[in-house]
Design a binder for this molecule. Structure first.
Ligand code: FES
Ligand code: FES
Length: 161
């Protein structure tokens, strides 16, 4: 008997979870949505960021039961059904905003939430918003550049790193 039901990437999803099951565990282990990563499990790295009712949430900090009835979006729901990347995903690709890619799902979901709140964030605002997302590879430069590009800023004068 399912005891948790939510909408995930536009589709109904339900399952039986323990009280201690984290949202990230439900998404990965029960729904097979392994694009949401677990880097720390202690709310520090941001690899697990998803959207819950339109807000960026670290899925390792929320119980699956707390998301009962919510509208959840994961990285798997970002591209169009035909595989066309979303604007923010395309910008990460175009501006080399990733290396190993481990942090990328969380970065993309955080960036998308930022742009939904603030369509034209400054470089400083982007850096501040990403405070909860750790990347061990890129030095953040190209991630910030990609988000600026996705927001419509002219980044042609910013060197790649
Ligand atoms: S796994 Fe959730 S913040 Fe690191
Ligand atoms: S691209 Fe490797 S952790 Fe960010």
């Amino acid at each position: 008997m399912p005891n948790v039901s939510m909408t995930v990437n536009g589709k109904a999803a339900s399952g039986e979870v323990e009280g201690r099951t984290l949202l990230v565990g439900f998404l990965r282990d029960q729904l097979g949505l392994t694009g949401t990563h677990v880097g720390c499990d202690t709310s520090q790295c941001g690899a697990c960021v998803v959207h819950v009712d339109g807000k960026a949430v670290k899925a390792c900090t929320m119980l699956a039961a707390e998301a009962d009835g919510a509208d959840v979006k994961t990285i798997e729901g970002m591209a169009a059904p035909d595989g066309t990347l979303s604007t923010i995903q395309q910008a990460f690709q175009d501006h080399h905003g990733l290396q190993c890619g481990f942090c990328t799902p969380g970065m993309v979901m955080s960036a998308a939430a930022l742009l939904a709140e603030n369509a034209s964030p400054s470089e400083q605002e982007i850096r501040e918003y990403l405070e909860g997302n750790i990347c061990r590879c890129t030095g953040y430069h190209n991630i910030v550049k990609a988000i600026m590009a996705a927001a419509g800023h002219d980044v042609s004068a910013i060197a790649a790193e």
